[in-house]
Design a protein around this ligand. Structure first.
Ligand SMILES: Cc1cc2nc3c(=O)[nH]c(=O)nc-3n(C[C@H](O)[C@H](O)[C@H](O)COP(=O)(O)OP(=O)(O)OC[C@H]3O[C@@H](n4cnc5c(N)ncnc54)[C@H](O)[C@@H]3O)c2cc1C
Length: 596
């Protein structure tokens, strides 16, 4: 069975030595997040994931969720007890304001805890994860009464949350939503329609489920400009705060699916269910974006999380599995064969995953810190820069960390040979579970379009220019030292590729938008590689400083070698992405539809 060890040390290195979070101790919540506190909290999350969630991962996969004849849904054995520990540990509200029962700690702590929980059990971690997203939307867009009625329960975890966008005929194109909302005399709305693929739509983990539902108010304009967002609770909140009478919303069926079997994917029927508007009428999509952006970062994190656990198990197997002899001479004479980790091709595979994971984790921490600055800094300019960073990096994190995360699970499975294909070793489950991350929360093709079509031109390219300036500044500051040449030179070259690609879009995509669409996925991955390369640059600076400390010298040496591998073997892919972008759309668009 797969094992998991949460990379607490790696996270502490990022927080303390790479990003120096102590710089932000003036921000609300940061003074409570001393290195010792952070390490203790992460240590507890690690234990929860390693000891409780990891053993349940296969149980959830084999057993799945069951819909009972009365429409209720039973989660796999052990999920309820594990969820009790989520409630008891206050894990949902780590970063939520104290006035709603949260701990007000920085967002980077929530992100790291979520990485650990998702590595242990992706399907399980989605229940609290979706609740965090719904909390974020209510916090920003809810009325004071809505916040008071829902947030304390959701932050505590006794009520969970969902997001209801998708309908049978529309997923990406939400402008076609048909679910209707009819205004009632008392200010509430009757919601009628069918939503599909609703994660955690019904289950037995919490006393109540708070659905955030997109619907069209009768008479509203067509398209995305006529969509509103509603809170539709499964049970109406009573004045004393407890769950009251049942609302007219029910799970019609559960989807049978490729992976994440422990998470209930529901068809939700709204039969004149009572809902209350959040945010203004017809501004629902805008409000839902608060939850979607949160969820996109969370899904990117899922890609990393599953890549990490798959990697750890591939390493353990490669250290034990004896096959063949090293081509450079026998390495383990006392054994009938060498462990496969001696073979360069096995190492290529493992290093590919490792060097991605460590940089991806840095990218997540960097962006989580931007989220904290955006929400907590007293300085307007800092808040704006941080918001720009998040807007730009969100599609990159979602798209790149899940595309590559999935590919990494396949590579990790490959390390097991045929033993990776059978269920017993758990590797095929990682592959199946990881696959959905590329699809939900906006399929990755849509993330790439969001990056190229919306995020690049936004505010005259302000966010992109800031990113370029930051990476260029780093190159300038560190390019002169010999020790950093291995990192800075390839980074400079790849940044050049990204700038050329951006320029090419400016010159070739405005008059011919197909050129942007044709190059968008390559651009997203090109951007991701540069961002990850920049993370390696920053980690290398920190590691070179820290290597002087003998207690961590070996770990820092490994960091620098891993970073060098990334710069030599992965970053050069930016050249291929640039070439594909510059090839334009012609050969892609020429075939007639019926010629495919
Ligand atoms: C297990 C699971 C859990 C889910 N959980 C939730 C949930 O909790 N809440 C919720 O609301 N939804 C949920 N979803 C739905 C999910 O978010 C959608 O499936 C996803 O957004 C894609 O929509 P779609 O399936 O309708 O695909 P489509 O929109 O039909 O897209 C099909 C393909 O066409 C591409 N495409 C579509 N339009 C364009 C375009 N304009 N340009 C280029 N390419 C395009 C897409 O990239 C995609 O590859 C879940 C789905 C699954 C399978």
């Amino acid at each position: 069975m797969p094992k998991y060890k949460a990379p607490v040390d790696d996270v502490m290195f990022l927080l303390n030595d790479v990003f120096h979070v102590e710089r932000y101790s003036n921000l609300p919540g940061f003074s409570d997040a001393s290195p010792d506190t952070v390490e203790a909290v992460l240590g507890e999350a690690a234990k929860l994931s390693e000891d409780v969630l990891t053993p349940l991962n296969r149980v959830g996969d084999v057993e799945g969720c069951t819909r009972n004849p009365d429409g209720s849904v039973t989660t796999p054995k052990g999920f309820k007890d594990a969820y009790r520990q989520i409630i008891d540990g206050g894990w949902i509200g780590i970063s939520t304001p104290a006035e709603f029962g949260g701990q007000g700690l920085p967002m980077f702590m929530t992100q790291q805890v979520n990485e650990f929980l998702s590595s242990g059990n992706l399907a399980f971690a989605m229940y609290p994860g979706l609740t965090q997203g719904a909390i974020a939307a209510i916090l920003v867009h809810g009325t004071p009464e809505q916040k008071a009625a829902y947030l304390p329960k959701m932050v505590a975890g006794t009520w969970t949350g969902t997001m209801n966008l998708t309908e049978p005929h529309c997923g990406t194109d939400l402008g076609m939503i048909r679910t209707k909302a009819a205004k009632q005399g008392d200010g509430s709305y009757k919601i009628t329609g069918t939503k599909i693929f609703i994660s955690a739509g019904e289950h037995d983990l919490s006393e109540n489920i708070v659905h955030l539902v997109l619907a069209r108010i009768e008479g509203a304009p067509e398209g995305t400009r006529g969509i509103s967002l509603f809170i539709v609770p499964k049970f109406f909140p009573k004045a004393d705060g407890s769950a009251g009478a049942r609302n007219a919303v029910a799970c019609g069926s559960l989807e049978e699916k490729m992976g994440i079997h422990g998470n209930a994917t529901c068809v939700m029927n709204y039969d004149g269910a009572t809902g209350w508007l959040i945010a203004e009428e017809n501004r629902g999509l805008h409000a839902m974006f608060t939850m979607m952006n949160e969820a996109r970062l969370a899904v990117g994190l899922q890609g990393l999380a599953i890549s990490e656990v798959a990697y750890q198990n591939a390493v353990a197997y490669a250290q034990e599995r004896l096959q063949g002899r090293s081509i450079s001479g026998v390495k383990f004479k006392d054994k009938p064969a060498d462990p496969i980790i001696v073979h360069p091709d096995v190492r290529r595979t493992l290093m590919t995953i490792k060097s991605f994971n460590e940089a991806a984790r840095a990218l997540v921490v960097w962006t989580a810190l931007a989220s904290d600055l955006h929400h907590r800094s007293p300085d307007e300019k800092t808040r704006q820069t941080a918001e720009d960073h998040m807007g730009l990096l969100t599609p990159v994190i979602k798209g790149v960390l899940t595309d590559v995360g999935f590919a990494n699970t396949v590579m990790a499975q490959q390390m097991f040979g045929g033993h990776g294909y059978i269920a017993e070793n758990g590797m095929e489950q990682f592959v199946r579970d990881a696959r959905i991350t590329m699809m939900y929360e906006g399929a990755n093709g849509i993330q790439a379009l969001d990056l190229v079509g919306r995020k690049l031109p936004k505010d005259g390219g302000r966010a992109l220019q800031a990113f370029f300036a930051e990476v260029q500044g780093f190159i300038k500051d560190h390019g002169v030292t010999d020790a950093m040449k291995t990192f800075v030179e390839p980074l400079g070259k790849s940044l050049g590729h990204l700038q050329q690609a951006t320029m090419w879009f400016m010159q070739n995509a405005l008059a011919k938008p197909d050129n942007a669409g044709a190059g968008s996925t390559d651009y997203m991955h090109l951007f991701g590689l540069v961002a990850l390369g920049y993370m390696w640059g920053r980690m290398a600076v920190a590691a070179q400083e820290k290597i002087k400390d003998s207690a961590v010298a070996e770990r820092m040496k490994a960091k620098l070698i891993t970073g060098r591998f990334f710069m030599e073997r992965m970053l050069p892919e930016t050249g291929a992405h640039l070439a594909r972008i510059q090839a334009g759309a012609d050969s892609m668009m020429e075939l007639a539809v019926e010629a495919f």
